[in-house]
Ligand binder design. Structure first.
Ligand code: DAH
Length: 339
């Protein structure tokens, strides 16, 4: 009889089923009233007393194995059924995880949106430029230090070709190609031969602004920049214009906003002044208009150029420029925005 039980156990182990019906048949065959197990219990009466204990244990173990096998098979059939549902092509797909925009793109789009609202168009120019558009037509004298190899990436073969160091080059391209009135902004990447650190990078982003028409005044410039600062940072932000110098504007100024990292109290980012510079600006120098074929007697204009990383730093309190370029997903996925 023990031998018989072993054989049945083997049968049970080998049994497999694809449907609930087959499993039910299996259950009836082994556990049913007239099934194999109850047959074994009937035979048990005739087992010699000495073998009763071990035989009883074996039959009970066999019964348990049959129940376990049934449970396992039912589970298997159920999970196969749900796998079938997963491949049902008529069901809606699993939701896609949305990516997030790069913080520099978010701020650039926001700047574009703010200026488009007051009639600025968008223009672009090449990143690989020539000396004329980056320097000479912007009134840089030939010996100007910005042209130094330390600051500008030149191309070995041709000293006239360089990576633009400022989006101001697009001003020249626009003025050469279109008569006033001009009201445009030019977002783009710029390159400088700088050692990479928390505060400086060899690649960064600027947005250039240019407005040329009759009777454009410094008051127009000031009001436009104030509008921008309020839209970008809110009307509570403090701003100030400081006199400055650029070869292509006269007079020139720089605009500071209250440091958002310390609330204006002073910190290492704002060098304990409470202010951070966000842009350079000024009235377009008459020479620059003339270089691009615009009559400086008839037209005046203003220009400005701001650093997108700087604006992003103030908005998001990101102090290290390198984070913008490392593509670390843990950094990037923190930025969710409508822009
Ligand atoms: N191009 C300047 C820079 O890279 C910024 C700038 C200053 C742009 C004055 C302008 C401007 O258009 O009028 O630092």
């Amino acid at each position: 009889m023990l031998h018989n039980i072993e054989r049945i156990l083997e049968e049970v182990r080998r049994f497999s089923a694809d449907s609930r019906e087959e499993i039910e048949q299996f259950r009836i065959k082994y556990l049913g009233k007239k099934g194999v197990i109850s047959g074994l219990f009937n035979e048990f009466r005739h087992v010699p007393a000495a073998e009763k204990k071990i035989t009883g244990q074996k039959i009970n173990a066999l019964k348990q194995s049959v129940s376990d096998r049934i449970d396992a098979l039912l589970e298997q059939v159920a999970s196969e059924a749900s796998a079938d549902i997963a491949t049902d092509l008529t069901l809606p797909g699993p939701p896609l995880q949305l990516g997030s925009r790069h913080p520099i793109s978010i701020i650039r789009n926001q700047i574009i949106e703010i200026f488009s609202r007051i009639g600025f168009t968008i223009s672009e120019g090449p990143e690989i430029e020539d000396d004329w558009h980056v320097f000479t037509a912007l009134n840089f004298p030939p010996e100007h230090p910005a042209k130094d190899m330390q600051d500008t990436f030149f191309i070995d073969k041709d000293p006239d070709i360089l990576l633009r160091t400022q989006t101001s080059s697009v001003q020249v391209r626009v003025m050469e190609n279109q008569p006033p009135p001009i009201r445009t902004i030019s977002p783009g990447r710029v390159f400088r031969n700088e050692a990479v650190s928390a505060r400086a990078h060899c690649i960064f982003h600027q947005v250039e602004g240019l407005y040329i028409d009759e009777h454009v005044s410094f008051a127009d410039l000031k009001q436009t920049l104030l509008y921008f600062a309020f839209e970008m940072f809110g009307t509570e932000i403090g701003t100030r214009l400081r006199p400055s110098y650029f070869p292509f504007t006269e007079p020139s100024a720089e605009m500071d906003v209250r440091c958002q990292l310390c609330g204006g109290k002073g910190c290492n980012v704002c060098k304990y002044t409470g202010w951070l510079e966000i842009l350079g600006c000024g009235m377009v120098d008459p020479h620059v208009l003339e270089f691009s074929g615009i009559d400086p007697e008839k037209y005046t204009g203003y220009a400005f150029g701001m650093g997108i990383e700087r604006v992003a730093m103030l908005k998001y309190q990101v102090r290290d420029l390198r984070l913008y370029f490392e593509n670390d997903i843990r950094f990037l996925e923190q930025f969710r925005s409508a822009y």
